[in-house]
Write a protein that binds this ligand. Structure first.
Ligand code: URA
Length: 407
């Protein structure tokens, strides 16, 4: 039976819901082996899935675990998700902005795997910040202050966790139907009324082309409609890192600078776009009106005050947040104009400094990371400092020309 299902997908024939249930639920309960699921996932990568297969798969994922019920909340709850990128600290900025405007944000986030830390690693770099919250604590905090960011519950979508771990080691991460059902099952199980998905495209992202990003956006919206959830998407660039700081504590400091209205540029703009969509959905107003509210929440410091309240509520101690690392510089080895800062190369560099992990067992050094000191388009003279490197590792190994394109 299992072999028939694998063969059917390998022959590019559409599977029924029952067939998908047999193989995926069998995998959850260890009746289907890793090698069988690997072959099946590869067949999906090669032959794709129809919309009805994607809806069925998302539903099977959701039903593999619990669903968080947030219907007791007096306001709409809006969630956000980014498909991941280098220097992406948007949750730290956007969640307090949106909550400061009376729209609740309850978000489950992951740890980073593959070069840079995830949102949970960034928050955990704040001394004493608690990231593992029980359902009761999540609900109380949502009611009390309207913003919660917690690590992904083990009880929500356990099937995705198991399948994702296998995808990671079998070169099957890049399938659009698998990405869509993985993301959307977790978002729907997390109980929000509306969801904004930021799809990153470029060298530092899972999705490499605009065409793939558009297909993913399309499927994600269809899945949202199927569950009567409002979903809006953004497609944003990840060829260069988002913002100047890459590395856990460094990114918290940069998020604070944005919330204190000290930083403009692509990071600020992306946060405004995500926050406006969330507020627009939460308050049933236009994105234009929402944008005005978002900008004033930064200007009048309401968003920053909400951030302080949120960090304190989850036990974090910002007074103790400091970087303990040696600082080195990367200098330009020629003059010209800075044409590109490669996101993937920066991610590899920051991992080599200690800021990321490539296996779950690896420890992250929260102090480590990169601060970019020049922007694309800047004129550069030989010897100019292009970046500061923070690390507790003695032997540095990088190639300036791979990271910084100057011509
Ligand atoms: N993020 C997810 O949660 N799942 C994917 O498959 C890709 C990105």
């Amino acid at each position: 039976m299992i072999l028939d299902i694998i063969r059917k997908k390998a022959c590019n024939l559409e599977l029924t819901r029952e067939e998908l249930e047999t193989i995926f639920n069998g995998y959850l309960h260890d009746e289907v082996k890793d090698y069988q699921m690997s072959a099946f996932l590869m067949a999906i990568c090669i032959n794709d899935m129809s919309d009805s297969e994607i809806f069925a798969l998302t539903d099977i994922f959701i039903k593999s675990g619990d669903v968080l019920d947030l219907s007791f909340m007096p306001s709409k709850v809006i969630d956000k998700h980014s498909t991941g990128g280098v220097g992406d600290k948007t949750t730290l900025i956007v969640a307090p902005i949106v909550a400061s405007l009376g729209v609740a944000v309850v978000k489950m986030s992951g740890r980073g795997l593959g070069y840079t830390g995830g949102t949970i690693d960034k928050l955990e770099s704040i001394p004493n910040f608690k990231v593992d919250l029980s359902e009761d604590v999540i609900k109380k905090q949502a009611l009390d202050i309207g913003v919660v960011v917690t690590s992904q519950s083990e009880d929500l979508v356990p099937l995705d966790k198991k399948v994702y771990a296998l995808r990671d080691v079998t070169a099957t991460t890049n399938s659009i139907p698998l990405i869509a059902s993985s993301i959307m099952s977790k978002k729907i199980a997390s109980g929000a009324d509306g969801i904004v998905i930021d799809i990153k495209v470029g060298s530092g992202a899972l999705i490499k082309t605009r065409k793939e990003a558009e297909r993913l956006a399309n499927i994600i919206i269809k899945i949202g409609n199927y569950y009567q959830k409002e979903v809006r998407t953004i497609i944003s660039d990840m060829n260069t890192p988002l913002g100047k700081c890459i590395g856990n504590k460094l990114e918290v400091f940069e998020a604070i600078d944005v919330l204190q209205n000290k930083v403009k540029g692509p990071l600020y703009d992306t946060c405004l776009e995500i926050a406006s969509k969330m507020v627009s959905m939460g308050k049933n107003i236009s994105e234009k009106e929402a944008l005005k509210e978002v900008v004033s929440s930064i200007e009048n410091k309401d968003a920053y005050k909400k951030f302080l309240q949120f960090v304190k509520y989850q036990g974090g101690d910002l007074e103790k947040l400091e970087i303990n690392a040696k600082v080195y510089n990367i200098k330009a080895n020629k003059s010209g104009v800075l044409k590109n800062i490669d996101a993937l190369e920066i991610a590899k560099l920051s991992k080599s400094l200690g800021a990321g992990r490539t296996s779950k067992e690896e420890e992250i050094d929260y102090n480590a990371g990169v601060v970019l000191t020049k922007e694309i388009g800047d004129k550069i003279s030989e010897g100019d400092i292009l970046a500061n490197l923070y690390t507790n590792i003695d032997k540095l190994d990088f190639n300036v020309e791979r990271i910084f394109e100057i011509s």
